[in-house]
Design a protein around this ligand. Sequence first.
Ligand code: PNS
Length: 177
Amino acid sequence: MSERIAVYPGSFDPIHNGHLDLIERCRPMYDRLVVAVLRNEAKRALFSVDERLEIIRELIGERRHAGDSGNSGDGGDGGSCEVQSFSGLLVDFMDEVGARIVVRGLRAVTDFEYELQMALMNRRLNPRVETVFMAPKEQYNYLSSSLVKEVFSLGGDLTGLVPDPVLGRLRRHLAKG
Ligand code: PNS
């Protein structure tokens, strides 16, 4: 049977607990889950792509696919999980890693139109690509990376909303000004 490979794409600037919840939820569903960070020069980001990759790698306890870099890929709790960056079209990146499934989180109804547009465009670009929508835990339903940055910059409490490595790096960024 062929491997079930899924890609979870996003900006992840920064990754928050809603993203992590989704990763843990879908990890057991696939043999290989690739968290894919978009390299988008046009968008001003707080964290560099390398920083985002480093944070995510630290958080997911990356287990790369057996075919990549010689590391062993299998983990008892549901396949390998790794992070990579990509630029250009998502469907092209999916071809590169041999994936047909895009995983996206759906929070409030407001996400729906944008997500549907992307899903249909991706399917038009490559009819073999399917998008799977997943709901995060209720307490993360209102959570977004932009809100995380805004609340942090205004001194708000982010306890329980972002993992410690993100909080630490947010503090360092703030200290740097
Ligand atoms: O976290 P985000 O910013 O909502 O993620 C958006 C992302 C990265 C999934 C989307 O912008 C994307 O896939 N960009 C790659 C370019 C592309 O393939 N565009 C056409 C598909 S709609």
